[in-house]
Structures are given as structure tokens and as C-alpha cells.
Write a protein that binds this ligand. Structure first.
Ligand SMILES: NC(=O)c1ccc[n+]([C@@H]2O[C@H](COP(=O)([O-])OP(=O)(O)OC[C@H]3O[C@@H](n4cnc5c(N)ncnc54)[C@H](OP(=O)(O)O)[C@@H]3O)[C@@H](O)[C@H]2O)c1
Length: 228
């Protein structure tokens, strides 16, 4: 299937890491930024890593959202709602949104090991309320370390995908499986994103304590539960 993936906030480490892995897997990637020049620059640098012929480009966030079937949010929580309001008119009716955003207190000046309370339950549920009606939302990739995504090594992490729309779950699982080392797991309803988002704060605490780049592995499920 030919599709474009816009990664908004894609100039940061998480978005760049996902862009790098998916571009390597042959996906068409648009890096989104508040500044189109910064997006262009990031796309050019990624081409140096992935290959000059890789379908990678850069645009400002609304243009990137308008050009894509899949929109991936990789911005700090502090900018999340305003970004969604900005791009809402640009989102295609048939598009889907994958949200990686973690509500870290650090995004508003607090600690990176703490999370903020979200009225809707999770950032992903907030997203579902802010996108145009009919646009599907999946929560995924919260626990995948940017450090590992930006390396050439397999990423030792399972990606828990939460969504209320099976088609969105399927697409996010497919994208997870494109990252060597990652296994995608259908983690049920979008409301489960609340727990998945919290795990990242714990992983950050582990990284600080043990000086590493931790991820998660889920054991004990039948083989059919794992994609990748
Ligand atoms: N880093 C990780 O290992 C990791 C792992 C899992 C999940 N996450 C989550 O993924 C998201 C991105 O993480 P990150 O470390 O890449 O974050 P980041 O570097 O702080 O931000 C990513 C990009 O977001 C844009 N941005 C910054 N402030 C913004 C605002 N107020 N409004 C709109 N855009 C803004 C910036 O791009 P421009 O200036 O070019 O617009 C920036 O390069 C976060 O929610 C984080 O919790 C991160």
C-alpha cells in the first residue's frame, strides 16, 4: 500500500528515530515542524543516513498533516493540544493519528519521572476528542527509546498499541513490526493508553538510576499476540 506518514515534531529525537526506522523500511515520510526550514534540514540529514533516494521530505506541521494518510504525533505534551487545534482543518477525513505523546511533568517544568493528570484519562483520549469526527486514533510507541530508535541496533522493546478502531490498531501494529527487534501487541482500548503512557515515566526513572535505555517486553501471551 502506498501511503505517506507525517511525523509532527519529527525534528526531535523520538520523531527522528521513528522516521529513520520507517524510511529504512521503505515508507514515505514527511517530517513536520513548526519551522519548514528545520523540517527540511532534518529530512536532508536523515537521507544522509538512510540513503539519498529515500522518500523523505520536510514541511511545516499543517502542510505535513494535509499531505498524509497517517499522522504521528511526537511533540512534548505542553504543545500537544495547541498543535492538534492548529492542524485539525488540515487532517484528511480518512486519516489516522498515532499518538506517542507522554504527559511528562518535565514538559511543563516538572520532573521527567512524573506524569501530569489528564482530564480525559490519557493524552491519546484527549487526541481522540480533538481530531475531526471519523479520524481514528491509536496510542503507540510510548515505551520505545529514542536513543535506540536512532541507532542501527535492533530495538529491544514491545510496542503496546491501544485504540478503539481495529483499522488503526492494525496500521500501528504493522508500523511497529517494521522496526527490527520490536514486537507490536494489541493492548486493547484507547483508554488503556493511560497505563502505557505512565510506564514511560518509570522507564525514565530506570534509565536515570541504572544509566541505560530501558524498554519493555511482555511475556506469556500466545505467539499470535505478537506482531514482528
Ligand atoms: N525521547 C524519547 O525517548 C521518547 C520515548 C517515547 C516517547 N516519547 C514522547 O515522544 C514525544 C517527543 O519526544 P522528544 O524527546 O522527541 O521531544 P522533544 O525533542 O522535546 O520535541 C520534539 C519536537 O517537538 C517540537 N516541539 C517542541 N515544543 C513544541 C510545542 N510547544 N508545540 C509544538 N511542537 C513543539 C519540536 O520541533 P520543532 O521545533 O521543529 O517544531 C521538537 O523537535 C514526547 O511526548 C515524549 O514524551 C519520547
Amino acid at each position: 500500500m502506498s501511503r505517506s506518514i507525517a511525523i509532527l515534531g519529527g525534528t526531535g529525537p523520538e520523531g527522528l528515530g521513528l522516521a529513520r526506522r520507517w524510511a529504512k523500511a521503505g515508507e514515505t515520510i514527511i517530517i513536520g515542524s513548526r519551522d519548514p526550514a528545520r523540517a527540511d534540514d532534518a529530512a536532508r540529514k536523515l537521507k544522509e543516513i538512510v540513503g539519498d533516494s529515500a522518500p523523505l521530505s520536510g514541511m511545516d506541521n499543517p502542510a505535513a498533516a494535509a499531505a498524509a494518510e497517517i499522522i504521528v504525533l511526537t511533540v512534548p505534551f505542553s504543545g500537544h493540544a495547541a498543535l492538534l487545534k492548529q492542524i485539525k482543518p488540515a487532517i484528511r477525513p480518512e486519516a489516522m493519528v498515532i499518538d506517542t505523546t507522554v504527559p511528562l511533568a518535565a514538559s511543563v517544568g516538572g520532573r521527567a519521572t512524573r506524569t501530569l493528570g489528564i482530564w480525559e484519562g490519557s493524552v491519546a483520549q484527549q487526541t481522540a476528542e480533538l481530531v475531526p469526527k471519523g479520524v481514528s486514533v491509536a496510542a503507540a510507541f510510548h515505551n520505545a527509546s529514542a536513543e535506540l530508535l536512532n541507532s542501527d541496533e535492533p530495538v529491544e522493546c514491545d510496542v503496546l498499541v491501544c485504540s478503539d478502531q481495529p483499522v488503526a490498531t492494525a496500521i500501528a501494529l504493522d508500523l511497529a513490526a517494521k522496526i527490527p527487534g520490536v514486537r507490536g501487541i494489541d493492548a486493547g482500548k484507547l483508554e488503556n493508553a493511560r497505563t502505557v503512557e505512565q510506564i514511560t515515566a518509570l522507564l525514565i526513572a530506570l534509565n536515570i538510576k541504572h544509566k541505560g535505555h530501558s524498554g519493555i517486553r511482555i511475556t506469556g501471551l500466545p505467539a499470535s499476540a505478537y506482531r514482528g
